[in-house]
Every structure is written in C-alpha cells, then in structure tokens.
Design a protein around this ligand. Structure first.
Ligand code: 13P
Length: 253
C-alpha cells in the first residue's frame, strides 16, 4: 500500500502569529490521518521550528521545508541547508517546485544535488514536476515530465528511489483555479509510474507516492484522490484555510 499524503504548501504567506493560529485551528479539528495516511505542512523556514513543536505529539503529521540550497554549507548568504531544516524538525522538503524552477532558475541538475543532500540529511524529498501550458497544448507533456524525472531523479539507486515522493503539478493549474481533470491527473500519474517502472521495476514504481498539485480544493479533492494512481495532493491556496485543508486531509482514500 502506498502512503497517501495531503501536503500543504503555504508558499510565502502569513506572519508568525497567523502561522501559529492556522496550525492551532487545524489541530483543534482533531483530524487524524489514519494508518498509511499523512498530513504534511510545508511552512516558510522561519516557522519550521514552531510547526515541528506543534506536530510532535500528533500522529501522522509532519513538517516540510519548501526548499533547501544545493550545496551542503558555506558562504551562501541568505540560503538554508538541508541539515539546518532537518535540525529544526523538518522531515520532508519540497524540491523543484515550478516557482523555484521559474523564478530562481533551478535546473534539473541542481535539483538532483538537492535530492542527494536531502536524503543524506534524512529528509524525504517531494520532487515536483509538471509542464507549462504551451507544452500541454502541443501535446508534449509526457516527454517533458519524463525528462524532468530522468534528470532530477534517475541518478538515484533503487533504495533511495523508494524514499522519494513525486508531485505532479501542471503549471497551468497552479493558482489559476483551473484544475486538471481527474482523468488528466490519472493519465499523467500512470505515465510517471511507468517511467519509474522502466528504470526501477514495477515493485519500486508501485511503492512511490505520486501527489497531484494545482488548484486542489475541498470540493475537488475526493474526485482527484479517487483515481488509482493519485496518492494525495500538494495544496497551495486552499491549505491556508483550516476548514478547507482539514477536508482535503479527510478526502485521502
Ligand atoms: P494552488 O493549490 O494554489 O494551485 O498551488 C499549487 C501548488 O503550487 C502547490 O505546491
């Protein structure tokens, strides 16, 4: 059975008080992801510590960094390392979000370095992939995503590949209110799994959780998560509302 995950990506939102309030509201709802299910909170770096403290006594709740630097340590003013975020309680890290790729020129080669550092530090990477609109319109999304996966992940050995979570986030669906249909998500997730199977075999491909991201909301989570290859979601805007995100956690199947 693959782990089912509802992951919140708060992006660059909220101040410290608002962050604490939102976490408290979510915990007050007594949402209990059952066995094999997880609620993951990718909060901004300054809030990792408090989030980790609040989640510590909660089963199946985990804290996630939104990014790490691709070097281990050193003279990189303003950057945050894998070891730093792990040492304040993060257990997951988002690697290669499309906003990082686009606004910070992160390449697949850099992302491969980040993945290695994350694994070395004991973090579970959530590796993001997904095509822009013009690629989807040209019908080239499968080859585009395959290349991201090959360049970002395929230097991993089989043991490490099993530790990866993948998030498929079509860029045209992020923050646009335009969700991929559950069929589009299922097709791509199935395709990603077959790319993994061709390299690592069926057993490993079947063990990797593949999340869908892009305008996931309480109102569409059930339908998306009902697809056989959709193992949960990576949620931006809707994760900033406690009721919405709790409903999304409860939609994990
Ligand atoms: P939205 O849910 O706001 O579309 O964002 C998706 C996303 O980028 C999650 O990482």
């Amino acid at each position: 059975m693959r782990t089912k995950i509802a992951a919140a990506n708060w992006k660059m939102n909220l101040n410290f008080q608002q962050a604490k309030d939102l976490l408290d509201q979510i915990l007050a709802s007594h949402v209990h992801p059952g066995p094999g299910k997880k609620a993951v909170f990718a909060v901004p770096s300054p809030f990792l510590r408090i989030a980790a403290k609040k989640m510590k006594s909660q089963d199946n709740h985990h804290v996630c960094a939104q990014n790490i630097h691709h070097k281990k340590s050193g003279a990189y003013t303003g950057e945050v390392s894998a070891e730093m975020v792990r040492s304040v309680g993060a257990e997951y890290v988002i690697i290669g979000h499309s906003e990082r790729r686009e606004y910070f020129q992160e390449t697949n080669a850099m992302l491969a370095e980040k993945i290695n550092l994350a694994l070395e530090s004991g973090l579970t990477p959530i590796f993001c992939c997904g095509e822009p609109l013009q690629i989807r319109e040209a019908g080239e999304q499968d080859a585009f995503v395959k290349k991201q996966i090959e360049e970002g992940l395929f230097n991993l050995n089989a043991m490490d590949m099993m530790k990866i979570v993948i998030a498929y986030e079509p860029i045209w669906a992020i923050g646009t209110g335009k969700t991929a249909t559950s069929l589009q998500a299922q097709e791509m997730h199935k395709g990603i799994r077959s790319v993994l199977a061709a390299k690592y075999g069926n057993e490993i491909a079947d063990s990797v959780s593949i999340l869908y991201g892009g305008s996931v909301k309480a109102s569409n989570a059930n339908e998306l998560f009902s697809q056989p290859d959709v193992d949960g979601g990576l949620v931006g805007g809707a994760s900033l509302n406690a009721d919405e995100f709790v409903a999304i956690i409860n939609a994990l199947q």
